[in-house]
Design a protein. Structure first.
Length: 446
């Protein structure tokens, strides 16, 4: 029986927009929680280390994506390198990353709308966002990708406008004050803060690897995907440092360190609450959140689709819509999980932190485990399949992928130590999902 196949319709500019759009909401919110842990200077150190990890990772990951263009992305690499168990670990780690990022983004969408409409409950707005963008993803990948191009360009432009508008209010003294975990000097407390801030620095770049899940729908993936990845990671790195520096220097950074809408609040200090610039940021700022929210829905749908197609999830998730040829049931299933997370207070009571911080951290756990498996797969396939066609080869091999592997491993261990309750939740989810999927696959094969 022929397995369902996705349509190839995405060009290089659309893939760049997906790469940047998947991540760009991380520049709008979430990262500022890192200031609460590390201060501005401590978080600058954390972000620099994480940015180096992501640059090394993406240049290495691109080798896998172009050699094995598969909708499952990391799932396909883990399966090929390490067999069914490796595939299951990589696949479900990726799925957790992509399922738990959208609830955080949708809550931020609600927070932004709440600025304009104080009577609108953020959770209800988040629910509406899920309904709208699930429908858009089901209608067709070409329409979805064209929409992603538009909102990504608007989001990038708005971040540049933000930096320009707050520039007159920027003072280095604001950024440096209490910059080491609330202190003016470096100490051991600052070291702990730098480590604790890891998931929020990861949030600046989280999900860029989702382009791999569009590889099956890309035209000439061996040429277009490297272009999208390289230009995407450079774009995001520049925006991340720019936003962090300008927001932190616009006033008291501590006032922004636990908010879901730090950029409008930073701009409010610079230009006043009645400024047209502020209202523009709120409305156009939504495009950054929407770009990531919409793109990650596209990503989790492809991951669920790929797992269903290979027998790791029930086969119904591999069905394509008869008219639109999109994985409609996979898209809906991920939405159910996200909405349940939005309306659940379990993470708050278990982890002792905000819902946004909890789902950001849980998503980061999934990402880091997937990075580890992917880099290990790169080394394994270099040895086991030396003749595999590799249109793009990782530069500085083996040093760049080894650096990415080491950094991801260190980050995962330190995050687990600092977030024991959420680490236990993640480990429990992974154990159940991997074991259940292997049993299902074995039963289907019998």
């Amino acid at each position: 029986m022929t397995k369902p196949q996705l349509q190839k319709s995405l060009g290089p500019f659309q893939l760049w927009a997906i790469a940047v759009g998947l991540v760009i909401s991380g520049e709008y919110f979430g990262w500022s929680y890192g200031w609460a842990s590390a201060g501005t200077l401590g978080f600058l150190v954390t972000t620099t280390a994480v940015a180096a990890m992501y640059i090394a990772f993406i240049f290495s990951f691109t080798e896998l994506t172009t050699a094995i263009p598969h909708a499952g992305g990391p799932f396909a690499y883990g399966l090929r390198a390490f067999g069914p168990v490796g595939g299951a670990v990589a696949g479900f780690a990726t799925l957790i990353e992509f399922l738990f990022a959208p609830p955080a983004i949708s809550l931020a969408i609600g927070a932004y709308l709440h600025v304009q409409f104080p009577g609108l409950e953020p959770k209800h707005a988040a629910l509406g966002a899920y309904a709208l963008f699930i429908a858009l993803n089901i209608v067709g990948v070409q329409i979805a990708a064209s929409f992603e191009v538009v909102v990504t360009l608007l989001a990038v432009g708005e971040l540049l406008v933000f930096m320009a508008v707050v520039l007159p209010a920027f003072r280095w003294s604001n950024f440096l004050a209490g910059g080491w975990a609330g202190q003016d000097h470096f100490s051991m407390a600052a070291v702990g803060g730098i480590v604790a801030a890891l998931p929020f620095a990861i949030w600046f770049f989280l999900a860029i690897e989702g382009v791999a899940m569009a590889a099956e729908e890309a035209k000439e993936p061996r040429r277009t995907i490297p272009t999208a990845y390289v230009s995407g990671i450079l774009t995001l790195t520049a925006l991340a440092f720019g936003v962090m520096l300008f927001a932190g220097g616009s006033g008291s950074w501590a006032e922004l360190s636990s908010l879901n809408d730090p950029l409008p609040q930073a701009m409010k200090r610079a230009v006043g609450a009645s400024s047209g610039w502020l209202h523009m940021l709120v409305w156009l700022g939504l495009f950054g959140l929407v770009a990531s929210f919409h793109g990650i829905i596209m990503g989790y749908a492809r991951q669920i689709f790929a797992l269903g197609r290979e027998g790791y999830l029930p086969g119904l998730f591999a069905r394509l819509h008869p008219r639109f040829r999109t994985p409609h049931l996979a898209t809906l299933a991920g939405g159910v999980v996200g909405v349940a997370a939005i309306y659940s207070d379990a993470f708050i009571s278990i982890a002792g932190q905000s819902l946004t911080a909890s789902v950001v951290t849980l998503s980061a756990f999934g990402a880091l485990l997937m990075y580890i498996v992917s880099m290990a797969a790169l080394f394994r396939l270099r040895r086991s399949e030396p003749d595999l066609v590799r249109p793009f080869r990782a530069p500085l091999y083996p040093f760049a992928p080894a650096f990415a592997l080491g950094m991801a491993s260190l980050a995962l261990m330190t995050m687990a130590w600092n977030n024991r309750e959420l680490a236990a939740i993640f480990a429990g989810l992974m154990t159940v999902l991997v074991a259940a999927s292997l049993l299902l696959r074995r039963r289907e094969a019998a």
